[in-house]
Design a protein around this ligand. Sequence first.
Ligand SMILES: NC(=O)c1ccc[n+]([C@@H]2O[C@H](COP(=O)([O-])OP(=O)(O)OC[C@H]3O[C@@H](n4cnc5c(N)ncnc54)[C@H](O)[C@@H]3O)[C@@H](O)[C@H]2O)c1
Length: 248
Amino acid sequence: MKKLENKVVFITGGNSGIGKASALEAAREGAIIVVADLENKEHDETLREITALGVQCMFVPIDVSDVERVKKAIVTTVEKFGRLDVAFNNAGIGGVYSGIHDMPEKEWDRLIAVNLTGQFYCVKYELQQFLKQGGGVIVNMASLAGLKAEHGLVPYTVAKHGVLGLTKNIAVQYANQNIRGNAICPYYVETPLLNAAPEEVHTAWIEGTPSKRLCTADEVAKAFIYLACDDSSYCNGTQIILDGGVMA
Ligand SMILES: NC(=O)c1ccc[n+]([C@@H]2O[C@H](COP(=O)([O-])OP(=O)(O)OC[C@H]3O[C@@H](n4cnc5c(N)ncnc54)[C@H](O)[C@@H]3O)[C@@H](O)[C@H]2O)c1
């Protein structure tokens, strides 16, 4: 039995990295996939790969920092597939390394708008749909930077801590309405998000990890599937850490 057979799974940032790997893994588990991502991104290849796995899928344009786009993406999903079973709020951006004392306000606003306020918008309108239909599952993408300071990545660290706070509130407010919310906290994952990092920084991340390698998007996708399906039915308001031993 597949773990997400005919479940409608909505994934923000589903066109790249962790989101794409999770979309493909959910498709292998029998889900109907909604890839929600920025409109200007090439998504045909992602939809082609998902369709090749024998499931239905759709692309919806979204900018998670724009509340009207978020509402529209969720309405479009429900209009097309009748319901929303699992939401993976995964879209996010990296930041620039800076001291707090010289952090440009614009950089703070940009990071918080996408990585924290964007998560809130998605969660809010997903919950409204879950309450209408009698339940659902939310998985929020945080980071190891949600649990400890990532030196110099100030608004990123703050946003990811906030995502865990939001996730805990889902559990305490909606657990008795058949709604669960959990988060994933990876250390560095080999995705296009890391492309801008210089070679020596990349090497330092690997050296700083007891497992001496970074996480893969497929490993995060496996954690997503666990939190999305009934295997994790008593898991609520918490997080899976994927860090190769860093926190130990
Ligand atoms: N790669 C890592 O090392 C790492 C580690 C921990 C957590 N994360 C988190 O994982 C998530 C996915 O990152 P990734 O590594 O797959 O990166 P990625 O750059 O490969 O993918 C991010 C996706 O989000 C989309 N996106 C960006 N801004 C958006 C917006 N405003 N609205 C909608 N979509 C938007 C992008 O178009 C892209 O498809 C992010 O939240 C990131 O913070 C990544």
